[in-house]
Design a protein around this ligand. Structure first.
Ligand SMILES: [Fe+2]
Length: 442
């Protein structure tokens, strides 16, 4: 394959379609279809994304649709349709691994991919980009986690993070290990009919953590790239010891659009952060701080939208965590009361306020060393966003001004959306949001 400059990579057809455009080693655009169509988890690329894709000299797809359909038929499912044409395709786990490897800050590493399922693979371990171990369907940690998510009445492939949050309220008293050998595509609706939801959540979290640590132990190198939708389990990630970990901030199937594109030229990408989507004018940090001082809550839509599930300051709702604002924000977002909120803290003060693993992408949980209850989960931890000095988001300036005004280097940070809706993307979304909700967006 010749070296090609403008490369498109995409994932589509199952859930969370996404597009990535590379120009040489620069990621010039990456976005989820749902942000354009406003259909949560939209499985098809949006017309505006297809337009961008048409400008590329080569188009790469993130998995092998023929192999995937063979497995789906074998498992008693319907064939997965496809719409968009591609020039080359790679393997599902290969694209996950590549999305991590080519954005990682190191070269010599192991990669551990854990998801629900690709074509047949459910877990894989790599030495750089060479696969060294592989586990196949039906044995799948991700499918088990999704099946329990469905069993407790939530939506699989979407609400696993709620299951993770619920786990802190329960006890891991149910042995779910026999389910790992079962075909779980139909879920497990009858398992432990009298169990409390929180205990099932705690039980699936416990077995997931145990198995994840066993897998990490099979990775001999100090540098570890963790990818696949299961890499979003920040509670489990925090139990990994003695590794230098990189998780591309969008480790699920959407993020594999980057992996598929990177596999065309197989060279390292210049990683500048996940702010890769639709661009909006930069917000004025002083206006945000004034609004927070007056009303305790303020929306921010500034710069390029985040690629991935976390709002990291460019499409965020910020709130004054010195007060009990949890209920206010939960009502505003129409979400369950037990759901925890995350803090964003200036890098210089992170260790003063939290102890344990934390980074700039909210991929770990740390113990809170302060009393600001709005940003502490019931188990005393928080999923911290450490806002570094070189963070490209306006959030850095907001926090600096906030610290000057209040003496607290921290704010509550949650995504700019209503429960079950995609995060806001561009100007028209913001206008609609403001007209329907009692919140100012700067
Ligand atoms: Fe996957």
């Amino acid at each position: 394959m010749s070296r090609t400059d403008i490369v498109a990579g995409f994932s589509e057809g199952f859930h969370d379609a996404a597009l990535c455009i590379l120009d040489g080693d620069e990621i010039v655009h990456a976005s989820h279809a749902e942000r354009h169509s406003r259909v949560k988890g939209d499985r098809w690329l949006h017309p505006s994304q297809l337009q961008r894709l048409a400008g590329a000299s080569i188009v790469a797809y993130y998995e092998n649709p023929w192999k995937k359909n063979a497995r789906r038929i074998w498992a008693g499912q319907r064939r997965a349709p496809m719409r968009t044409r591609y020039d080359v395709r790679f393997g599902h786990h290969q694209s996950h691994a590549a999305a991590g490897y080519y954005t990682a800050p190191f070269t010599d590493c192991n990669i551990l991919v854990v998801d629900a399922i690709g074509e047949w693979e459910t877990i894989s371990i790599w030495d750089r980009m060479e696969r060294i171990r592989s586990w196949r369907y039906p044995y799948s940690l991700g499918l088990l986690y999704s099946a329990i998510t469905a069993r407790i009445g939530l939506t699989p492939n979407r609400d696993e993070y709620i299951t993770m949050g619920m786990a802190a309220y329960g006890e891991p008293i149910h042995d779910l290990s026999p389910l790992l050998e079962r075909n779980l595509h139909g879920g497990c609706p009858d398992i432990f009919p009298d169990a409390r939801d929180v205990d099932l959540a705690a039980s699936v979290q416990a077995i997931f953590e145990e198995k994840l640590l066993e897998l990490v132990a099979l990775c001999p190198k100090e540098n570890l790239v963790l990818m696949g939708g299961c890499a979003l389990n920040c509670v489990a990630n925090s139990k990994i010891r003695g590794k230098n970990i990189w998780i591309m901030p969008n480790p699920g199937d959407g993020g594999s659009a980057i992996g598929a594109a990177a596999l065309v030229n197989r060279r390292k990408l210049r990683w500048r952060g996940p702010y890769l989507g639709t661009e909006m004018p930069r917000a004025d940090p002083s206006v945000v701080v004034r609004e927070l001082l007056r009303n305790k809550v303020c929306g921010v839509a500034s710069g390029r939208a985040e690629f991935g599930p976390r709002a990291l300051g460019n499409r965020s709702i910020l709130a004054d965590c010195r007060y009990d604002v949890k209920d206010t924000v939960n009502i505003l977002k129409r979400r369950q009361k037990f759901r925890p909120f995350a803090p964003a803290v200036l890098e210089e003060f992170a260790e003063q306020y939290f102890s344990g693993p934390m980074n700039e992408y909210m991929q770990f949980t740390a113990r809170a060393l302060h009393d600001y209850a709005s940003v502490i989960h019931v188990d005393g931890t928080a999923r911290v966003q450490v806002v570094r000095k070189d963070c490209p988001s306006v959030l850095r300036q907001i926090l600096e001004e906030w610290y000057e005004a209040t003496g607290v280097p921290m704010l509550l940070n949650t995504s700019l959306n209503i429960k079950d809706e995609p995060m806001l993307d561009g100007v028209s979304d913001v206008q609609r949001f403001v007209s329907q909700n009692h919140i100012r967006v700067v």
